[in-house]
Structures are given as structure tokens and as C-alpha cells.
Design a protein around this ligand. Structure first.
Ligand SMILES: CC(C)(COP(=O)(O)OP(=O)(O)OC[C@H]1O[C@@H](n2cnc3c(N)ncnc32)[C@H](O)[C@@H]1OP(=O)(O)O)[C@@H](O)C(=O)NCCC(=O)NCCS
Length: 276
């Protein structure tokens, strides 16, 4: 028998540990992250959100995280959908976006489709063009230029186009952060493109990820996207990684074509649906 869902805006320390324990157990079962990285961060460090917990007796049976966005967005640990929680949340919020990972299309109208792609490393990488310098990201020197380069490239993107200095500071202080896997390309002194990679150190397969890749619109369609993706991937390979993954919106034709040509293929498809 399953228990009732209960919400809290602040997770007390013991419940935070129980949620992290549930996330870790699910990650072992699923062989992948149990919930979006930003939501896991909100469990660890707090932050404005509704945490929904379902206790099945003494056991934390399920966890869902509601983030306060224009339309509140929900993800359940494990990536599924729960009818009872859906009903409760719709009574409270009237409209919802629900993330569903690898579970097919849940109820509602699909508003976003995201592919998880995977490739084997290394890949072929072109030489640097004349006047270009490739080097690791340096916060003091590059933060403002990187924010401008990346946010301009992602101007139409729901999450990636609004990075702040504070977020960049936080992420570059994560345990996994390694500047040798965060490459920036200067062309005639202009920060033109960047590729930020991440290694999932605790995962048994220790796979890599293209975490953020972008080329400033002024420099697009000149081969820099291909160059930076390949260089980023090979920086993972140099650190002993054999497989890399990335997430890409299904309607990002430019990025999809680029990734396919580098050997990536779709492993899983995630959906965001609008409810009701
Ligand atoms: C995706 C992105 C990195 C490509 O960078 P770019 O420097 O313009 O790409 P390149 O010139 O190296 O082209 C590489 C391949 O991408 C594809 N491509 C690039 N732009 C394209 C476009 N407008 N339409 C279709 N395919 C395109 C092509 O397959 C191209 O190969 P080809 O030149 O042999 O045809 C760039 O468009 C960008 O920064 N977009 C915004 C950020 C983003 O979407 N990042 C990826 C998120 S997962």
C-alpha cells in the first residue's frame, strides 16, 4: 500500500538525507541521474521549491520536485508520472509542466522533446583556424565574456540563455568541475566559442557529458561548433573517458545534424507536457 503525498518548502536535514538516499538508490537502479542536476542541487542546498514526499510507512517511496517557473514545472525522481500527485498539484497550481524521462509520453500536451544522445570517443578533430587560440576557461578573465558569448548563442533557449555570474560561480565550484574540460576559443581576441564538459565520476561507467556548447552568433557556420565539440569530446577521452552523452532539444536541427555527424545517436527521449 502506498502512502499520501505531503509537501514542504524546506526540507529538514533528516528528510534531505532521505531524499538524497532515494535519489542515490534510484540512480543505481536506473544507471543514470535520477533527477535533473538543478533539482538535486535544490535538495542539497535549499532554494525556492515545493518538495513532495510520499512515505510508504517508514520508507520514502517517492519524491517529486516542483520548481516555481512561469508555469510550475515538476519532475519525479526516476522520471515517471503519478496520477495522485498530478491531481493534487493541478488543484493547487491549475497549470503544470511535467518532465518525463525515458518513460514514454505521459498525459498532457507535449511542449518540449529532448533527446539524450551517446557517442564513442575519440572523434576526428580539425586543426585550429588561423588567429584562433584554444585554452581552459579562467573565471577571473573569462566570466563576463563567456556569459555574453553563451547567452547570445542561446538567446531563444528556455534554460541555457539566461546564465548569471552567480550560477557560473556556483557550477565552477562543484566537485566535478575541471577547467581542463571547459575550453574557450578566442578568435582575434574575441571569445567566439566554448565547450564545457563534465565527467560523471561516481557512475560505474564514468561517462562524460557535453555540458554546455555554443558558438557566438557572429562566428557561427564557420566550422567552430564542430571544432569545439570535437575538442571537448577529446578532452574527455584524454581524461580516460570512453563514452559521452549530451542532451539536445529535438527541434535544434543545427545541433542534431552536428552531433549525428560526430557519431552520436539517440539513446532516450524525454518529454515535457503541459497539464491539464
Ligand atoms: C549548434 C552550434 C554549436 C553549431 O555551431 P556552428 O559553429 O554554427 O557549426 P559548424 O559551422 O561547426 O557546423 C557544424 C555542423 O552543424 C550543422 N549546422 C550548423 N548550423 C546549421 C544550421 N543553421 N542548419 C542546419 N545545420 C547546421 C551542420 O551539420 C554543420 O555541418 P556542415 O557544415 O558540414 O553542414 C551553434 O549553432 C550554436 O551555438 N547554437 C546555439 C547553442 C546550441 O544550440 N548549442 C547546442 C545545444 S545542445
Amino acid at each position: 500500500m502506498t502512502g499520501a503525498w505531503r509537501a514542504t518548502d524546506v526540507l529538514p536535514p533528516t528528510e534531505r538525507l532521505r531524499v538524497l538516499d532515494l535519489l542515490n538508490r534510484l540512480e543505481v537502479e536506473l544507471g543514470r541521474e535520477a533527477i535533473d542536476e538543478g533539482r538535486r542541487r535544490a535538495v542539497l542546498h535549499g532554494g525556492p521549491a515545493e518538495h513532495w514526499l510520499r512515505w510508504d510507512g517508514e520508507l520514502l517511496g517517492a519524491y517529486a520536485h516542483l520548481a516555481h517557473e512561469d508555469v510550475p514545472s515538476v519532475e519525479m525522481a526516476g522520471g515517471g508520472f503519478d496520477d495522485a500527485l498530478g491531481e493534487i498539484l493541478l488543484r493547487r497550481h491549475h497549470h503544470l509542466r511535467w518532465w518525463s524521462r525515458g518513460e514514454g509520453i505521459p498525459v498532457g500536451r507535449v511542449v518540449r522533446t529532448l533527446h539524450l544522445m551517446r557517442a564513442r570517443l575519440p572523434v576526428a578533430a580539425a586543426p585550429l583556424p588561423e588567429g584562433a587560440t584554444l585554452r581552459p576557461f579562467d573565471f577571473a578573465r573569462d566570466a563576463d565574456a563567456w556569459l555574453a558569448q553563451n547567452n547570445d548563442a542561446f538567446a531563444d533557449h528556455p534554460e541555457q540563455g539566461a546564465w548569471t555570474r552567480a550560477q557560473l560561480d556556483e557550477r565552477t565550484h562543484e566537485a566535478w568541475y575541471d577547467p581542463s574540460g571547459f575550453l574557450v576559443l578566442e578568435v582575434d581576441g574575441d571569445l567566439a566559442a566554448s565547450c564545457w564538459t563534465k565527467i560523471h565520476e561516481l557512475h560505474p561507467e564514468r561517462f562524460g557529458e557535453i555540458y554546455v556548447i555554443s558558438v557566438h552568433p557572429r562566428h557561427q557556420r564557420r566550422g567552430l561548433g564542430r571544432l569545439m565539440t570535437a575538442r571537448g569530446l577529446n578532452s574527455l577521452h584524454e581524461r580516460g573517458v570512453r563514452d559521452a552523452i549530451l542532451y539536445v532539444d529535438a527541434d535544434n536541427a543545427a545541433a542534431l545534424a552536428l552531433y549525428r555527424s560526430l557519431g552520436f545517436s539517440v539513446e532516450r527521449t524525454d518529454y515535457v507536457t503541459h497539464l491539464p
